[in-house]
Design a protein around this ligand. Structure first.
Ligand code: GDP
Length: 303
């Protein structure tokens, strides 16, 4: 519970930049103008048309069924509806489990989404929990990405497996798995390339990476997590489809949620992609990554 409390504190500090449904539910008559404002706010908050309609229809039924006349009484019901909607998706908010050695976590996403930073944040989180972690720099196209991961590795005190710029990403991952297996390392976190404009090559590369992992770790659980930039809003969904084509994604990490004016993106991601949100980035610092706890996030949106 202490953990949820601390997430709430962090979210409350960010709240100013989110859409303000709180005041709508603070009290007042439930009339047509209430429903119109709710609809407008949800759409503006990036919840998406279909889900907005679904939530409003359900909430109207609840209000009618329970004979609720004041908006403040409806708030808890609305939170419940949204939390239920999020939790319908298996794995929602579930942290990565370190089961076998090594547990492999592939971090994918377009350049600039926050991949490298997120890989480092995750590595730090698991190191703090007492696990041994290895980072792998499989974005071999950008010297800056390799360097950035090495800088993070130095800061956190973790080894980074890297090859030269232009090297084969699958070979980097192969080496990282070999090294982790030899040293009994718990986890390998892999930063990958994200040049979506060369979509075909990128997909081929990711398929090759997947084959290497499956061949080398056939029985081990591995995660493929897509880092999405929360600021991109609805535009982000196309990316998920593209990456899902090549890899079976096991979830989304929503980066830069602290910068997103549209907090409702959490609902849109869940609805449109049917993928669980596993972690959320709340800042640029190494500690600014939290497991996605649906209730804490939804309550913050409505506070
Ligand atoms: P990559 O190209 O996908 O590897 O993206 P980077 O990890 O280099 O991140 C791009 C920029 O986003 C950097 O300036 C990061 O500091 C920043 N960034 C990453 N995650 C977050 C986050 O959760 N919040 C904020 N505010 N910035 C972030």
């Amino acid at each position: 519970m202490a953990l949820i409390g601390s997430i709430k504190d962090k979210l409350q500090k960010l709240q100013k930049s989110w859409f303000g449904l709180g005041s709508l539910f603070s009290g007042g008559k439930i009339d047509e103008s209430f429903w119109e404002t709710l609809e407008e706010q949800l759409l503006l908050g990036d919840v998406g048309v279909d889900l907005t309609e679904e939530l409003i229809t359900k909430l109207r039924e609840v209000a009618k069924g329970s004979n609720i006349k004041d908006a403040s009484e409806l708030k808890a019901k609305f939170i419940e509806l949204i939390v239920q909607k999020l939790e319908e998706i298996p794995g929602m908010g579930k942290p990565i489990e370190v089961k076998n050695k090594p547990t492999l976590v592939l971090i994918v996403g377009v350049n600039g989404s926050g991949k490298t930073t997120t890989a480092a944040k995750l590595a730090y989180k698991f190191k703090q929990q007492g696990y041994s972690v290895l980072l792998a720099a499989a974005d071999t196209y950008r010297a800056a990405a390799i360097d950035q991961l090495k800088v993070w590795g130095d800061k956190i005190g973790l080894r980074v497996v890297a090859h030269k710029v232009g090297g084969d990403p699958a070979a980097v991952i192969y080496d990282a798995i070999e090294s982790a297996t030899a040293s009994g390392t718990d986890m390998v976190i892999v930063d990958t390339a994200g040049r979506l404009h060369t979509k075909h090559n990128l997909m081929e590369e990711l398929r090759k990476v997947k084959r290497v992992i499956e061949k080398r770790l056939p029985d081990e659980p591995s995660e493929s997590l897509l880092v999405l930039d929360a600021v991109m809003g609805q535009n982000a969904f196309y990316q998920a489809e593209v990456f899902n084509e090549a890899l079976k994604l096991t979830g989304v990490i929503l980066a830069k949620y602290d910068n997103a004016a549209k907090g409702g993106i959490i609902l849109a991601v869940a609805q449109k992609m049917s993928l669980p949100i596993r972690y959320v980035g709340l800042g640029e610092g190494i500690e600014d990554l939290e497991p996605f706890e649906p209730r804490a996030f939804v309550e913050a949106l409505l506070s």
